[in-house]
Design a protein around this ligand. Structure first.
Ligand SMILES: [Zn+2]
Length: 258
């Protein structure tokens, strides 16, 4: 551990990069031996311990963690609090700026799933060609899936390749919310599509409501277990980024098939 890591003041962009990492890292992996944290630390010229401490500071400011009575740390700075406010008030801009700064990050925080490109691919092709949309989409997916520990919120299927980070308010309807993880829910491909097409929605208590359109006798095992039996069941509570009640209300009103 060097004196440098303790003495050097965190720049605003560094804090945004670490907050971006915070959003995409499952809670159980917020520790200094996580390769993604070590990688970001190396890029910032800081120790993994210093980055991990900053991540824990951000966790202590997380509304969901505060609701669980996890006490804030004494060394949380005003600047740390301001980063939370900055992201929450304009996810799109803050995510883009921090994602761009992270382009050289080599590994994905979830352990390297198939669609995440390696550093060489990112450097050689994507840096020039990937636009704002791709960067924001990548963040949204990782932040939402991490928030649900890479499980479908409806059925708990946990194969990352079969999971989507679905928007509650479709991004075609509200561009400003396309990067906002509180406008997302992790779902498997079946439930993501069913939610997207309005066959299921979520009530104000966090329980699944199945559309009458999907309630019909069937011989399909998947239809029985995947749709008929989930009616009225609670969705999983995420470790951060609770679904926004206003977004869910929009979904019930305008997407759900009544
Ligand atoms: Zn599912």
């Amino acid at each position: 551990m060097t004196a440098r890591s303790h003495g050097k003041r965190w720049t605003h962009l560094e804090l945004k990069v670490v907050f971006n990492l915070y959003c995409r890292t499952p809670f159980g992996k917020l520790h200094k031996s996580n390769p993604s944290i070590m990688d970001v630390a190396r890029r910032l010229g800081r120790t993994p311990s210093a980055v991990a401490m900053k991540l824990v500071n951000f966790a202590s400011l997380d509304p969901i963690q505060q609701a669980r009575n996890i006490k804030g740390l004494a060394n949380v700075s005003k600047a740390d609090r301001e980063i939370w406010v900055e992201f929450s008030s304009d996810w799109e801009r803050a995510v883009f700026e921090s994602q761009e700064a992270l382009l050289y990050q080599s590994d994905s925080v979830d352990g390297g799933h198939a669609e995440i490109k390696t550093v060489d691919e990112v450097q050689e092709t994507e840096r020039e060609t990937v636009g704002r949309v791709r960067l924001v989409q990548r963040f949204f997916r990782e932040a939402v899936l991490a928030s649900y520990d890479y499980q479908c919120a409806v059925c708990r299927l946990d194969i990352p390749e079969l999971l989507n980070a679905g928007h509650i308010v479709p991004w075609s309807k509200d561009v400003n919310r396309r990067a906002d993880p509180t406008n997302g829910i992790a779902m498997c491909v079946l439930h993501d599509r069913a939610f997207d097409r309005g066959f299921i929605t979520i009530d104000s208590r966090g329980h699944i409501v199945l559309s009458e359109r999907a309630k019909r006798p069937t011989d399909s095992l998947l239809q029985k277990t995947g749709l008929l039996q989930i009616d009225g069941q609670p969705i999983t509570t995420p470790t951060r980024f609770q679904p926004d009640p206003a977004a869910l209300e929009y979904h019930r009103e305008f997407i759900f098939l009544k």
